[in-house]
Design a protein around this ligand. Structure first.
Ligand SMILES: Cc1ncc(COP(=O)(O)O)c(C=O)c1O
Length: 388
């Protein structure tokens, strides 16, 4: 194509999600299970009161100002790191602010991988990993999240650096999560390798997980020197702050000096791409975490409870009517299982014809319970089962 760089991907970029989302919005009878955002029981995008009350206190001149550094405002980096790590990681760590979790993942990929390198991510996954991989001319390799044997085989098949993405807990779209014991095995496997390993933990949805989803973080204290852990966090989900584009990349490694160089390198990358982040958003999240933590925790707990009621109900009713779902530990989505993508396509269209809007994923149909009120979730599994 004229004007663009030689290796530019010139295939037409079609965002399949947004076309279904728009169709759902145009249908007054829609059951809209397409969204990747949490909606309240009245069908409105859920917002945390403490987040938006605090935001009102930020003066226009501060909103208008550039942030203090390409790597982010120091108080934001400090508070978000403490919030994410929760005192669980004693090993050396350093962070940079990023535009959402996506910015953190893109920074990790750009900073660690060369063209032609391999990137390993789940077979059924958030579609953007594939887009990021293609954009960087990487070789995509995928693994079955339910089978550690398959993951380890894929790791062993990689020549050179291992760059592994794990999106646990509340995996998008499956709701899958690794247990502490599974994490121990994964870290043990990575430790046993005699090559460089980058472990990217995409923890975008961790704040909505049940139990103690950060229990595995202390495992990062005893990793080998050949492992770099990159935690990619998203304020989109944690603070219902999707459009403000804020997140963080937190790097953990045994070598403090390396981390200093690494974060410096990421800062230069940031300067050369987005230059600077949303100043008001950083000020706000820092103040919510330092001054309104109790209110935030209470609101988050209520949001989690609301989501769990929906997933428990849907999963329970799916079981009753034998609607086959991938095993889920909760989160924003559940996914109907398919062996065959052709049959999935037919069923997806059938559901649309009956005003049920969902998202197609590899070998599955994703039902975004995050955007469906409980009263609509009630009976939805039966309806779907009947139609397909
Ligand atoms: C698995 C996963 N990771 C990361 C993200 C990043 O979100 P954001 O860039 O809005 O923080 C998303 C968003 O949908 C996601 O589903």
């Amino acid at each position: 194509m004229k004007f663009v760089r030689k290796k530019e991907n010139t295939e037409r970029y079609v965002d399949t999600i947004f076309s279904v989302v728009n169709a759902a919005k145009a249908d007054p009878l829609a059951i809209n299970a397409t969204a990747g955002c949490l909606y309240d029981e009245e069908g409105k995008l859920l917002t945390f009161k403490c987040v938006y009350d605090a935001e009102k206190t930020i003066q226009p001149a501060k909103r208008a100002a550039y942030a203090s550094s390409p790597s982010g405002n120091a108080d934001y980096i400090d508070t978000i790191s403490k919030f994410v790590l929760d005192g669980r990681v004693k090993n050396h760590h350093r962070a940079i602010a990023t535009p959402g979790g996506t910015g953190a993942i893109a920074t990790a990929v750009t900073s660690c991988l060369d063209e032609g390198d391999t990137i390993l991510y789940p077979q059924i996954a958030w579609g953007n990993y594939k887009v990021i991989a293609a954009e960087h001319n990487l070789r995509s390799l995928t693994y079955d999240v339910y089978d550690l044997g398959d993951l380890f085989e894929k790791i062993d098949s990689i020549d050179g650096k291992v760059f592994l993405i794990i999106n646990s807990p509340c995996q998008n779209p499956l709701g899958q999560a690794y247990s502490y014991e599974e994490w121990k095995k994964i870290i043990g496997k990575l430790d046993s390798l005699d090559k460089e390993v980058v472990l990217l933990c995409d923890i975008a949805y961790i704040d909505y997980a049940d139990g103690d989803p950060k229990a595995y973080f202390p495992l990062f204290d005893s990793i080998g020197d050949h492992i770099l852990v990159l935690l990619c966090a998203s304020c989109s989900k944690a603070f219902s702050y999707y459009g403000q584009r804020l997140g963080a990349l937190i790097a953990v490694n045994n070598d403090e000096e390396f981390l200093d160089h690494y974060i410096n390198l990421c800062s230069r990358l940031a300067r050369a791409t987005w230059s600077n982040l949303n100043n008001a958003a950083m000020i706000n999240i820092a103040q919510v975490l330092s001054e309104h933590r109790k209110e935030y925790d209470e609101e988050l707990l209520a949001a989690k409870k609301m989501l769990k009621e929906r997933t428990d109900l849907f999963i329970g009713q799916a079981k009753e009517c034998a609607l086959e779902l991938y095993t889920s530990c909760g989160g924003f989505f559940v996914t109907i299982a398919y062996d065959d993508n052709k049959k999935r396509d037919e069923d997806h269209q059938k559901l649309i014809d009956h005003h049920i809007y969902t998202i197609k994923v590899n070998k599955g149909i994703r039902v975004g319970l995050c955007s469906v009120p409980l009263k609509t979730v009630d009976g939805l599994a039966y309806k779907i089962k009947e139609l397909i």
